[in-house]
Design a binder for this molecule. Structure first.
Ligand code: ZN
Length: 119
């Protein structure tokens, strides 16, 4: 059996994307998160309970976008974390419909994915 590799300073990746959404440009939407999950092969399984499948996305309510076909692609609600040095880090959020476990996804990873797709 091989030992798992030790962590080293090579593990530190300098960020080339802004950690935080600043509200400019097109908002991230539900479909952007789904596309990111598909591309990264993220598991739909909850780490806290037996649920495996759809999660409740935190979505913004937008006037005129709440009903019909478009209602499934609403903008994601964006959570803002403020670090001790004042730097901001934003995330999208989703809740396990069975146990309520709340998971957050760093928005910069979604933007990074979109950039790699030329979006
Ligand atoms: Zn769960």
């Amino acid at each position: 059996m091989t030992e798992p590799p030790m962590h080293s300073s090579d593990d530190i990746v300098l960020l080339h994307y802004k950690l935080a959404e600043d509200g400019s440009g097109d908002p991230l939407r539900a479909q952007d998160l789904i596309d990111f999950f598909v591309a990264t092969n993220r598991s739909p399984k909850c780490p806290c309970c037996p649920h495996e499948g759809a999660w409740d996305f935190s979505l913004q309510t937008v006037e005129g976008e709440g009903e019909g076909e478009g209602s499934k692609n609403l903008p994601l609600s964006i959570y803002v974390h403020v670090m001790i040095d004042g730097q901001r880090h934003t995330t999208a959020g989703m809740t396990c419909p069975k146990c309520g476990h709340f998971a957050q996804i760093s928005t910069y990873k979604i933007r990074e994915f979109q950039a790699s797709r030329g979006k």
